[in-house]
Design a protein around this ligand. Structure first.
Ligand code: CA
Ligand code: CA
Ligand code: CA
Ligand code: CA
Length: 425
């Protein structure tokens, strides 16, 4: 109450601090409901993972009550330290969700959760899906063309890595310097492309080994490299070529049908069907004196009756796309008088049809045989069914069957020549 005397009322304040303490009966209490920690894979057993702590007036006994089905972890019941009992493999388990219970002496308890993230280590080397890859590319394909597999899909060299993220990011590399000039591998995808235009006639296949690395630390590479073969498919881009621009042949009279006149030869740098050649006479054979074997290029007499003195044939070779030509100059000449002749002008022999035996038919001989002269006999027609001993003059069959109904008489022409052997005394 205020008075005139200016009395000041006496008063004071007091602060009461109330400390709320845990009751002896209160259950243990974790400061969080959920905890999180990390554990690198492959750590030795007894590695400490985390320490669980719950407040309690009394001592607390810790136990793992769930999430430890694989028996990987143990907890020290008194300290709450969680440690490993087994090595952890990230490739098997990415994490564990443990439930921990803290129990007081009077059996009141609290529960908290610990999530253990397992961290990947680079403990797996990459491995190729296949050890061998085969691809192909067409010759002349422009730079950067994709190498294809047998199904005409892009050829991709592929490896896998059981790890994760950087530990499983792969880099491919061609090991051979020679192959690298022709083929480039995409380091990230393993797809193959051409580095240059490739000519089948120069190189028809490229073999290489490919290695793969991961990007982990330390970097691991596959235990063995993959083998890659790239075939360069041929294109018919090369014309056939005769061995000469013109050929010369001499035919001695008398001559007969099927006597060989000349053998023309052409080659083609392509392969397979692109070098399969066909020969024909395109000019100079209006009298049909000659014929050419379509596939061998051999030119034969076809009609010798009243044959002229000289012919110039244009021979053509064709590979399905390109044609090339050569000339064949044939001179028909009367035989010069030789100082020797056969013992007979005509030899006659017979052979049984359908006999597969090689049979000696007759022996041709030279009259006026001079000393030191070697004679050589050659059969001018009938090749295939008959053979002539080059120096013996023995005419035999080859064992190819004869059919009397097909042909019942063969006229064979044999030429004889000689060379002198020099004898020194
Ligand atoms: Ca790993
Ligand atoms: Ca790895
Ligand atoms: Ca070619
Ligand atoms: Ca060709």
């Amino acid at each position: 109450m205020a008075t005139d005397q200016g009395e000041t009322p006496l008063s004071t304040t007091a602060t009461v601090s109330i400390v709320v303490t845990m009751s002896d009966n209160a259950p243990p209490r974790f400061d969080k409901q959920e905890y999180m920690t990390e554990l690198l894979e492959n750590q030795p057993v007894f590695t400490n993972v985390f320490t669980m702590m719950a407040d309690c007036r009394s001592s607390v006994i810790y136990t793992i009550i769930a999430g430890n089905e694989k028996d990987v972890f143990a907890i020290n019941p008194n300290s709450g330290v969680i440690f490993t009992k087994k090595m952890v493999d990230y490739e098997m388990d990415h994490g564990f969700n443990l439930t921990i219970r803290g129990t007081s002496v009077i059996h009141s308890y609290a529960v908290a959760y610990l999530f253990v993230h397992v961290i990947d280590a680079n403990d797996n080397a990459p491995e190729f899906v296949h050890m061998e890859y085969v691809g192909n590319i067409t010759e002349g394909a422009k730079v950067g063309s994709i190498v294809l597999d047998g199904k005409a899909e892009p050829l991709v060299v592929k490896a896998t890595d059981k790890d994760s993220s950087l530990n499983a990011i792969l880099m491919y590399e061609i090991r051979d310097d020679f192959a690298k000039k022709f083929i480039i591998i995409d380091p990230n995808t393993g797809a193959l492309r051409t580095a240059v235009e490739i000519d089948h006639e120069v190189i028809s296949k490229i073999e290489m080994t490919v290695e793969v690395w991961d990007m982990g630390k330390p970097q691991l590479r596959s235990r063995s490299p993959a083998k890659v073969t790239v075939y360069i498919n041929d294109v018919n881009d090369t014309p056939p070529q005769f061995s000469a621009q013109s050929y010369k042949a001499e035919v001695l009279l008398p001559t007969y049908k099927d006597v060989i006149v000349s053998q023309t030869v052409a080659t083609d740098a392509d392969t397979g069907i692109n070098s399969k050649l066909q020969y024909s006479i395109v000019k100079g054979n209006s009298e049909k004196r000659f014929r050419i074997s379509k596939f061998s290029g051999a030119v034969y007499i076809d009609n010798e009756v009243d044959i002229g003195d000289a012919y110039t044939l244009t021979i053509e070779v064709y590979d399905g796309v390109f044609r090339s030509q050569a000339l064949l100059n044939i001179s028909i000449s009367k035989p010069v008088q030789h100082p020797f002749h056969f013992t007979q002008e005509v030899y006659v022999a017979s052979v049984h049809e359908n006999s597969p035996m090689e049979k000696t038919l007759t022996v041709l001989q030279v009259a006026d045989r001079a000393l030191n002269q070697q004679y050589t006999f050659s059969l001018l027609n009938g090749q295939g069914k008959f053979e002539m001993g080059r120096t013996s003059g023995v005419l035999t069959t080859t064992g190819v069957l004869f059919d009397r109904e097909e042909i019942n008489i063969y006229n064979l022409v044999v030429e004889v020549g000689y060379f002198c052997s020099i004898v020194n005394f």
